[in-house]
Design a protein around this ligand. Structure first.
Ligand SMILES: Cc1cc2nc3c(=O)[nH]c(=O)nc-3n(C[C@H](O)[C@H](O)[C@H](O)COP(=O)(O)OP(=O)(O)OC[C@H]3O[C@@H](n4cnc5c(N)ncnc54)[C@H](O)[C@@H]3O)c2cc1C
Length: 385
C-alpha cells in the first residue's frame, strides 16, 4: 500500500494550490489527477478580476501569491469594464479591471509550482473513495493517507464516495472559442433573457481584438421542453439582436462544456480526515459562476490546515471555520442575490424592469457579493406583477 501524509485528488486551481501550500509547510504531499495533461481539455472562460478587484470581492481572504502574481506569459488579454445587457438589449456598464488567462497554461503553471514545492504528482491516475482512497490508471492500488483533500471538481466522486451531502443546484455551461468576431475588446459582457439563457446568462469574454470565449450557462431546471444548450448558444451567436451582430461572422475553433455549482458552499466539507475544496465544496460565486479565486483561497486554507494537522496543533475542524471566516459571508450573499433575482428571471419584462432599477454601481456591488438596497425592490416588483 502506498503511504503519504496528504493525498490531494484533482490538480485544478484548488488542488494544486492546496498541494503547493502543504508541501511548502513541510508535509509529504501526493497530488493525483486523472488527466494525462493537466489543464486539458479546458472548461473555463478564463476571466479573473485583477488582484485589487479580488481584494474588494473577498476582503476577509488572504489571496495566495499564485493568484495575485500571474506571469505575463499566461495572460491573454485585459478588460476594463463589465457590461450587462437586459433581455430587451439595453445595457449598463461599470469599471472592472479583468485578466483573461490561458486556463490550460495556468493549471500547468499551478501544478508545476506544487511539484517544485515538493509534491509528488501522479497524472493519468483516477482516484476513488469508499472506505479509503484507491487509485487506478498510471498508478494503482490503495493509498494510506493521514489527510485526503478532495479537489476533484463539481461532480466530486470523492465527496459522493464518502457520502457527503452537496447542494443540488448546478449550472450547465457550453462555450465556444471564436475568432473573427467584431466585439468590444475592453468589455466582458453578460446577457440576460429567457430566449438566450433561461435562469442564467450568456457571456462574451474577449481573448483579443477579434477573438472571444462565448458561452451560455443555465440551470437545468429552467431548460423547458428538452431545449438543448447548443440550440441556446447557436441562437445567441446568430440571432441575438445585439450579440448576433458581433458574433455571427466569426468561426468556432473550440467547444467547451462543463458544470458549475450554483447553490453555495456545501453543507458538509469535512468528514473524518477528508476535506472538500473548490468546486467540489461549492466554493463558487452563485451570481457569476466565477470559481477560480475561491477555489484557490479554499485550496490555500485546506493546505495550511492539513499540514498543520500533520505537524500537530491544528484540528481539521479549523478548515470549515477558517473558510467561513475568509469567504463565508460573500458566498452566502451571492446565493441570496441569486435567489432574489430568480424571482424575476422567468419573465423578460420583469428582468428588464429590475435591471432598469439598479444603478451600475449597485450592479458591481452584487457581483462582489454585497446586497444593495436597490436589489431589495425586487420584492415590490414581484408583488406588483
Ligand atoms: C464553461 C465554464 C466557464 C467558466 N468560466 C469561468 C471564468 O471565466 N472565471 C472563473 O473564475 N471561473 C469560471 N468557471 C468555473 C471554474 O472553471 C471553476 O470554478 C474552477 O475550475 C474550480 O477549480 P477546482 O480546482 O475546484 O476544480 P477543477 O478545475 O474542475 O479541477 C478538478 C480536477 O480534478 C480532476 N479529477 C476529477 N475527478 C477525479 C478523480 N476521480 N481522480 C483524479 N482526478 C480527478 C479533474 O481532472 C480536474 O483536473 C467556468 C466553468 C465552466 C464550466
Amino acid at each position: 500500500m502506498m503511504k503519504t501524509e496528504i493525498a490531494v485528488v484533482g490538480a485544478g486551481p484548488a488542488g494544486s494550490t492546496a498541494a503547493e501550500v502543504a508541501a511548502r509547510l513541510g508535509a509529504e504531499v501526493t497530488l493525483i489527477d486523472r488527466k494525462a495533461e493537466i489543464g486539458s481539455p479546458v472548461q473555463c472562460g478564463g476571466f479573473l478580476p485583477e488582484a485589487h478587484e479580488l481584494r474588494a470581492l473577498l476582503p476577509g481572504a488572504l489571496l495566495p501569491e499564485s493568484l495575485v502574481e500571474i506571469p505575463e506569459r499566461i495572460m491573454l488579454h485585459r478588460t476594463g469594464v463589465q457590461r450587462i445587457y437586459s433581455p430587451s438589449g439595453r445595457s449598463k456598464e461599470f469599471p472592472v479591471e479583468g485578466r483573461v488567462i490561458d486556463r490550460r497554461n495556468f493549471d500547468r503553471y499551478l501544478v508545476q509550482r506544487a511539484a517544485r514545492a515538493g509534491a509528488e504528482v501522479m497524472v493519468s491516475t483516477r482516484a476513488s473513495f469508499t472506505h479509503g482512497l484507491c487509485l487506478s490508471g498510471h498508478f494503482s492500488g490503495p493509498v494510506d493517507a493521514k489527510v485526503v483533500i478532495g479537489a476533484d471538481g463539481p461532480s466530486s466522486s470523492i465527496g459522493r464516495g464518502a457520502g457527503m451531502a452537496k447542494r443540488s443546484e448546478v449550472g450547465v455551461c457550453l462555450e465556444y472559442e471564436m475568432v473573427g468576431v467584431d466585439i468590444d475588446p475592453r468589455a466582458a459582457e453578460m446577457y440576460f433573457g429567457t430566449r438566450c439563457a433561461p435562469g442564467g446568462y450568456a457571456w462574451i469574454i474577449p481573448l483579443g481584438p477579434d477573438a472571444a470565449n462565448v458561452g451560455v450557462g443555465v440551470r437545468s431546471s429552467y431548460l423547458a421542453g428538452g431545449t438543448k444548450l447548443r440550440e441556446l448558444l447557436d441562437h445567441f451567436v446568430r440571432d441575438h439582436p445585439v450579440a448576433g451582430d458581433k458574433l455571427r461572422h466569426g468561426e468556432v475553433v473550440a467547444i467547451m462544456r462543463g458544470l458549475v455549482p450554483a447553490g453555495g458552499i456545501s453543507p458538509s466539507i469535512l468528514k473524518g480526515n477528508l476535506l472538500l475544496v473548490g468546486d467540489a465544496a461549492g466554493q463558487v460565486m452563485a451570481t457569476s459562476g466565477g470559481g477560480i479565486p475561491l477555489a484557490m483561497v479554499g485550496g490555500r486554507i485546506a493546505g495550511e490546515v492539513a499540514a498543520g494537522h500533520i505537524r500537530g496543533g491544528c484540528g481539521l475542524e479549523e478548515y470549515p471555520s477558517r473558510t467561513n471566516d475568509e469567504m463565508g459571508q460573500e458566498l452566502e450573499n451571492s446565493v441570496r442575490i441569486r435567489r432574489l433575482v430568480d424571482k424575476v428571471m422567468r419573465s423578460d419584462r420583469l428582468m428588464d424592469a429590475l435591471l432598469a432599477m439598479i444603478p451600475p454601481e449597485h450592479m458591481k456591488a452584487t457581483q462582489r457579493g454585497q446586497v444593495p438596497e436597490s436589489l431589495m425592490r425586487v420584492h415590490d416588483l414581484v408583488a406588483k406583477n
